[in-house]
Design a protein around this ligand. Structure first.
Ligand SMILES: [Zn+2]
Length: 124
């Protein structure tokens, strides 16, 4: 991304999209937190009620991490935990392709993230 004083700056696509859509330049210390816990997600909307990404702090991110069981020792069904890098890359690409080809589908994303098919009965 070109800078006012010349040169370029690399930035995550989520961050670029957030700044582009909202017209708000994020402070470098401000993080964008995923409400959906999908690191590749770029579902940004100016309407915070539907946006998956919102500005936050490192502390807030760590609190959410524990509350949602995203840490490695948490009881979580997220398929990414404990996978080799090559396997995480393959799953991320699968997720990206599904989003590109079919748009946002919460059931399909859940199935991709958890390995549980959308038609699998749940306990409750
Ligand atoms: Zn998302």
């Amino acid at each position: 991304m070109p800078q006012p004083g010349g040169g370029q700056r690399a930035m995550r696509p989520q961050r670029w999209l957030y700044e582009h859509l909202t017209g708000t330049a994020l402070h470098p210390s401000t993080l964008l937190l995923h409400a959906c816990d999908v690191p590749l997600c770029v579902h940004v909307d100016v309407d915070q009620a539907v946006s998956h990404l919102a500005p936050g702090t490192h502390r807030g991110n760590m609190l959410e991490r524990v509350q949602r069981g995203r840490h490695r020792n948490g009881a979580t069904a997220i398929r990414m935990a404990g996978l080799k890098r090559s396997e995480r890359v393959a799953l991320s690409r699968e997720l990206r392709a599904a989003f590109r080809d079919h748009g946002w589908d919460a059931a399909a994303i859940r199935a991709c993230r958890t390995g549980i098919a959308s038609d699998t009965p749940t306990l409750w």
